[in-house]
Design a protein. Sequence first.
Length: 157
Amino acid sequence: MVRTSARAVFVDTSVFCNLLAVPGRDQDRAVVTAEFRELVEAEVPMLLPVTTVVETGNFIAQSGGDRRTTAERFVDTLRKVADGATPWIPHEIDWNSRLISELVGGADESLLDRLSRGMGTGDSLILTERRIYCRRMNWQVDDVGIWTRDTQLGAYG
């Protein structure tokens, strides 16, 4: 379920793969497409984190069927993101020692604890990026949702 009351949402790989119709990763395409329309109509900013781009590209490379067609959709979308021609906003973040320290330490839970209970580094990095974005924008974390089909990451809302 999409929280449209959020002032912004970070887009998870599970959503991006559905929107791009990545084979084997698009089982919720109809629901996600409808949610996408709702978010666009509500003018909710959709932030595209680095993790989502990397993981989506990996899933495309590992998918069966016509990888090239899916890759073309992906690359076309990324070009539009870079040109500012889509509802997506690239989340600009520096990969540096501060980011790694924040990822490892976590504000609410450490990476060690998250990994120990089954949450991957990608999802943990999305949570870290969201926290950094909120600080930069002077927003509360509750103002920024995570649009995901993943129940574990969705719990962080």
